[in-house]
Design a protein around this ligand. Structure first.
Ligand SMILES: C[S@@+](CC[C@H](N)C(=O)[O-])C[C@H]1O[C@@H](n2cnc3c(N)ncnc32)[C@H](O)[C@@H]1O
Length: 202
């Protein structure tokens, strides 16, 4: 294992990751994300949400207990950390090959994950998100973006276990190939961040 991989294994540990996301303004991210999530279940007492790279499944708390929530993450260490008492279906799996059938999700969430996905995995993950979404379902995407002029953000990217931060243009262009974007929110926390809601093309 290379030195970089060894450091990555430490900083990606779920407990350290929880601490890091707090530093990166987790509560402010959630203040933007929660209302977007709430709109997806406003008229749907039951449904299925798939959280790609769900990590400690902290996002489970956003959906009603009656909704089925899948967290799909390749890192089995997340099983050590329970973030909520609501039911979680945990699957060890990869964004590039979601272990779920076609048209099975009302919502697919990808929160703070794209910067972990390399150049081959990232576009495939969007194809997979599209595949598992039902027609009319919602894809919710949130991540920090790479900005050359935002120096303190660049420092945090250097310390991150994810080595593939992308510009806003790169992220939005890739998403627009798979989905129709219906809502965009941009805001600064430590990183400049984008929050998109999108739907499969009808
Ligand atoms: C910064 S954490 C975000 C966790 C969670 N989405 C959240 O916002 O609390 C990034 C997560 O992406 C996961 N991840 C990394 N590579 C992945 C891949 N190829 N497919 C799915 N998840 C991946 C990591 O294991 C980690 O749990």
């Amino acid at each position: 294992m290379s030195f970089r991989d060894a450091i990555g294994r430490v900083v990606s540990h779920p407990t350290i990751n929880e601490f890091q996301t707090r530093l990166l303004g987790r509560s402010r991210l959630e203040a933007h994300l929660n209302p977007v999530a709430a709109r997806t279940f406003a008229d749907a007492p039951v449904g299925t949400v798939v959280d790609i790279g769900g990590g400690t499944a902290r996002s489970r708390a956003m959906w009603p207990a009656e909704w089925t929530y899948y967290s799909i993450d390749p890192d089995a260490r997340v099983l050590e950390v329970e973030a909520t008492d609501k039911h979680i279906e945990r699957l060890v799996g990869d964004a590039a090959a979601l272990p779920l059938p076609d048209n099975s999700a009302d919502v697919v969430l990808m929160q703070c994950v794209s910067h972990h996905l390399d150049e081959s995995t990232w576009p495939v993950s969007l194809v997979e998100a599209n595949r598992v979404l039902k027609p009319g379902g919602s894809f919710i995407f949130l991540d920090g973006v790479w900005r050359k002029r935002r120096w303190f953000s660049r420092v945090f990217w250097k310390l991150d276990a994810g080595h593939y931060p992308r510009t806003s243009d790169q992220l939005e262009t890739a998403i627009a190939k798979q989905f129709q974007v219906v809502e965009t929110d941009r805001f600064n926390v430590v990183h400049h961040s984008i929050l998109l809601t999108a739907r499969p093309f009808s």
